[in-house]
Ligand binder design. Structure first.
Ligand code: ACO
Length: 323
């Protein structure tokens, strides 16, 4: 059976680091509130002339180097993003050009914070179906561009960045001892659109708009749905929660991550945490966390990883893979 295994990872964070205290003289907020309610301490913001594709190209190049392959050996590029440079063409084709890849195909996936999970499921299906042997998957965002800087309930939460993963086809036995993606679980429910959305767009206002969120309601959905989807994906993979070595969660809020780990009966030592330094980078947060942990040598070959995310839509899901 064909499996999609992780061959390499990479990430990029813009140079500018903004500490929580930066917001204190602009808004009625405090470092203390942000830290205790979210776990966020700082985030990176892209420079004025940096676009999502620029962040994605840096992360892609780092992942190719880590995988020890060239752009010419990649069959497809998928970028998960909700903050594209332009309405079209896709960020993925811009990354394709930026890394000097002249063959194959490239496209974007938009599922907000769950985007990278959707992209992983997409790439896994394509590799298993034989449509591609190597796929470069990127989560890249510039959420600083869609913040309402007068809304303290949202603008302190988000940051910019990009992470990338190279997936490659490999033969497996078809059971849970295989390396690579073992199971995926995707969900959405469009009736919750008003909980988390951007109030602009091509066919409505003709503007990019600003992010709007009823944070406490999203919080409740997150705590309930993230553990559920992770358990479903583990069931599909034929694995028990006790067999999980690493949880690589979407980095939106430390309290959500802790609640999910508790529901999965996982100690926090098994959870990859980057939320303090990155804030919520939407679709970039999981590949960023994966790449940071990998660069620190934390994952051993054979480890079971579970990645999960929820975001606007609502859209949520999880992936189980063996490193
Ligand atoms: N500083 C100080 N006070 C604040 C701030 C701030 N930055 N933001 C909100 N408050 C106030 C509120 O106004 C409210 O005050 P009130 O009681 O006087 O009305 C109080 O803090 C409590 O507000 P809540 O929204 O109930 O606070 P909560 O504990 O829920 O934390 C947060 C808010 C951090 C947004 C949390 O709800 C959360 O993380 N939600 C989920 C976010 C998420 O996971 N989103 C999905 C991914 S994002 C995507 O898809 C794009």
């Amino acid at each position: 059976m064909r499996r999609a295994i992780v061959r390499g990872t990479g990430h990029y964070l813009p140079e500018r680091v903004v500490e929580n205290t930066w917001f204190e003289d602009k808004l009625d907020t405090s470092d203390e509130w942000i830290r205790t309610r979210t776990g966020i301490e700082r985030r990176h913001f892209a420079a004025d002339d940096q676009r999502t594709s620029d962040l994605g190209i840096h992360a892609a190049q780092a992942a190719l180097a880590n995988a020890g392959i060239t752009a010419g050996q990649i069959d497809a590029v998928i970028v998960a993003t909700s903050t594209p440079d332009l309405t079209f063409p896709s960020v993925a084709t811009m990354v394709q050009a930026g890394i000097g890849m002249r063959s194959g195909f490239a496209y974007d996936v938009q599922a907000v914070c769950a985007g990278f999970i959707y992209a992983l499921a997409n790439a896994d299906a394509m590799i298993r179906a034989g449509l591609a042997d190597r796929i470069l998957l990127i989560g890249a965002e510039t959420f600083s561009r869609i913040m309402d800087w007068t809304d303290r309930s949202t603008c302190v939460l988000f940051g910019d960045g990009a992470g990338a993963v190279v997936l490659e086809a490999a033969d497996g036995a078809g059971d849970s001892s295989d390396r690579g993606i073992l199971a995926t679980d995707l969900n959405s429910d469009g009736q919750y659109r008003d909980l988390l959305y951007v109030d602009g767009g091509v066919a409505s206002t003709g503007t990019a708009g600003h992010l709007r969120m009823q944070g406490n309601l999203v919080f409740r959905h997150a705590v309930e749905k993230l553990a559920d989807t992770a358990h479903r994906a583990l069931d599909k993979a034929g694995l028990a929660p006790q067999e999980v070595d690493w949880l690589v969660p979407h980095q939106a809020n430390l309290r959500i991550i802790e609640a999910t780990a508790r529901r999965m009966q996982l100690p926090m030592e098994k959870v990859v945490l980057t939320v303090a330094d990155h804030g919520n980078t939407s679709a970039a947060s999981i590949p960023l966390a994966m790449s940071v942990a990998n660069s620190e040598g934390r994952f051993q070959s054979g480890d079971i990883l579970v990645a999960e995310a929820i975001g606007g839509g609502l859209a949520w899901g999880s992936v189980v893979l063996r490193w």
